[in-house]
Design a protein around this ligand. Structure first.
Ligand code: GAR
Length: 216
């Protein structure tokens, strides 16, 4: 059983998807602890409701970033964490932390990386006029929203989309993809080779997705 930690800063809907998955008896991972850098984060309530240790570690309480990250690292070690999942954790982690958890630290981001890293991804996708956006789960490297990509979900952008409707459609795909990837990692199916990810025993779709769909 793989012990995971989920790091959050807010709502925690991806955390909820991981909680729901991990409560199924045949799921090969358990959430050992949830850490939020924001004490009021809704996700902490979700964790407590599921009887998962929920810790608020505010970056504001530390003199610098390394001491904040050391405090998180200590908790992860204490809880026997083997994989760290960032789920809306809105602090950029420094290279020492990223190196310490190399290939054991993953992030979900609401765009098809490398397009639209950072904030306001859905508005940026609408402004650019892309016909697909989506979400990406990747191993974390020191640069923001960067690292070997494990999987992506492509989500069509519709003509009448607003930032809200697009965000909701992408979020639904996030909730599907994140628990599945943790499942694969827990089964030791996910390998990084020369900064590319290979997953054992999975298939790729054979046909292209088109948006708009062909008319004849
Ligand atoms: C999610 O859409 C996640 O992909 C995004 O924050 C949201 C958190 O929602 N993460 C990033 O933008 C990281 N660069 P949640 O708290 O409901 O899971």
């Amino acid at each position: 059983m793989l012990k995971i930690a989920v790091l959050i800063s807010g709502r925690g809907s991806n955390l909820q998807a991981l909680i729901d998955a991990s409560q199924k008896p045949d799921y090969p991972a358990r959430i050992a602890c949830v850490v939020s850098n924001v004490a009021e984060a809704q996700g902490l309530e979700r964790a407590r409701a599921a009887n998962i240790p929920a810790l608020a570690i505010s970056h504001r309480d530390f003199k610098d970033k390394p001491s904040f990250e050391k405090a998180i690292d200590e908790q992860l070690t204490q809880h026997g964490v083997q994989l760290v999942c960032l789920a809306g954790f809105m602090r950029l982690l420094s290279p020492w932390f990223v190196d310490r958890w190399r290939d054991r630290l993953i992030n979900i981001h609401p765009s098809l990386l490398p397009a639209f890293p950072g904030l306001d991804t859905h508005q940026k996708a609408l402004d650019y006029g892309v016909k697909f956006t989506g979400c990406t789960v990747h191993f974390v490297r020191a640069e923001m929203d960067h690292g070997p990509i494990i999987a992506q979900a492509a989500v069509p952008v519709l003509p009448n989309d607003t930032e809200e409707t697009l965000a909701a459609r992408v979020l639904e795909s996030e909730h599907h993809i994140y628990p599945q990837i943790v499942h694969w990692i827990a089964e030791s199916k996910v390998n990084v080779l020369d900064e590319r990810v290979f997953i054992a025993g999975v298939n790729s779709p054979q046909s292209p997705l088109l948006n708009p769909a062909l008319t004849d």
